[in-house]
Design a protein around this ligand. Structure first.
Ligand SMILES: Nc1ncnc2c1ncn2[C@@H]1O[C@H](COP(=O)(O)OP(=O)(O)O)[C@@H](O)[C@H]1O
Ligand SMILES: [Mg+2]
Length: 246
C-alpha cells in the first residue's frame, strides 16, 4: 500500500447511556485510496468520521492522520489540524448563507493566513474546475443542491488537504444532483485525492469507491477491494483491519 494517510488502531467510543458506538475499530487507508464506509443508520459511521476529522476523541485507541496523532490534540491543535489536513463535506452543505459562493470557498485559506489575492485566485480556479464559476458572486441560497455541494467540495479542497472526508454527501440531493457529486468524487480520486466517504447509499459506494468498508454495530464487518466497479477480493489481512498492497 502507499504511505498510510489514516491509521485507526483499537478505537473505542461509547456515549453515555448507549452501547459502544465504536468497538475495537482498526483500519489503515493509504494515499490515493477512495474508501466508502457503508452501514445502516446508527452503526457508527459518523462517529468514525468524526474521529478521523478530530471532531471527537476515542475513549481508547489511537487515530493517526497524515502523521498527526489526532487523538492527542487539544482544542486549538484539533482546529488547526482540521484547517490544514482535512477537507470535510457534509450532507447539508454547511455553507454560510450570508457569504457569496466565492467568499465561502476563500474562507479556509484566509483562516490559514493565505493572502487574499492568492486565496481568491485559488478559489476561482477551483470553482472553474468544478463547473460552478458562473455562480461565484451568487449566494448559496440561490443554488441547487448539487451546485451547493460542489461549492462545499471546493471549500473542502481549498487548503489542498491530504484527505477529503464526506459524510452522506448525496443524502440531501435528488438523483441527478447525486450523480453529479458522485462523478466529482470519482474525478478527484482519479486525480490522486485520498477520499473517505461515509454513506448508507450502496450506489454511491459502488460508483466512486476503490474499497468498501462495512460497519455494523460499531464494528468493521468487512473490508473489500473493489475492482473496476465490481466487488473484488477482501482487502484486509485476517482480522480485516489492514489493507494489502495495491
Ligand atoms: N453525541 C452523541 N451523544 C450520544 N450518542 C451518540 C452521539 N453521537 C452518536 N451517538 C450514538 O452512537 C451511535 C452511532 O451513531 P452515528 O455514528 O451517528 O451513526 P451513523 O452515522 O452510522 O448513522 C448511535 O447509537 C448514536 O445514537
Ligand atoms: Mg451519520
Amino acid at each position: 500500500m502507499n504511505e498510510p494517510v489514516i491509521e485507526l488502531s483499537g478505537v473505542h467510543r461509547r456515549f453515555p447511556e448507549g452501547p459502544a458506538a465504536l468497538c475495537d475499530v482498526s483500519m489503515t487507508v493509504g494515499a490515493g485510496e477512495a474508501v466508502a464506509i457503508l452501514g445502516p443508520s446508527g452503526s457508527g459511521k459518523s462517529t468514525m468520521l468524526n474521529m478521523i476529522a478530530g471532531l471527537d476523541r476515542p475513549d481508547a485507541g489511537t487515530v493517526t492522520v497524515a502523521g498527526v496523532r489526532v487523538d492527542r490534540l487539544g482544542e486549538a491543535g484539533a482546529a488547526r489540524y482540521r484547517r490544514e489536513k482535512v477537507g470535510m463535506v457534509f450532507q447539508f452543505f454547511n455553507l454560510l448563507d450570508d457569504l457569496t459562493v466565492l467568499d465561502n470557498v476563500v474562507l479556509p485559506a484566509e483562516m490559514t493566513g493565505v493572502g487574499r489575492g492568492e486565496a481568491r485566485s485559488r478559489a476561482s480556479g477551483l470553482l472553474e474546475t468544478l463547473g460552478i464559476a458562473r455562480h461565484a458572486r451568487a449566494y448559496p441560497g440561490r443554488l441547487s443542491g448539487g451546485e451547493r455541494q460542489r461549492v462545499a467540495v471546493a471549500r473542502a479542497l481549498m487548503n489542498r488537504p491530504p484527505l477529503l472526508l464526506a459524510d452522506e454527501p448525496t443524502g440531501a440531493l435528488d438523483s441527478a444532483s447525486g450523480e453529479e457529486v458522485r462523478a466529482l468524487l470519482r474525478e478527484l480520486h482519479a486525480d490522486g485525492q485520498t477520499v473517505v466517504v461515509v454513506t448508507h447509499d450502496e450506489g454511491l459506494a459502488a460508483s466512486c469507491a476503490t474499497r468498501v468498508v462495512r460497519i455494523a454495530d460499531g464494528r468493521i464487518a468487512s473490508d473489500t477491494r473493489v475492482v473496476n466497479g465490481g466487488s473484488g477480493a477482501p482487502a484486509g489481512v485476517a482480522d480485516g483491519s489492514a489493507a494489502v498492497a495495491r
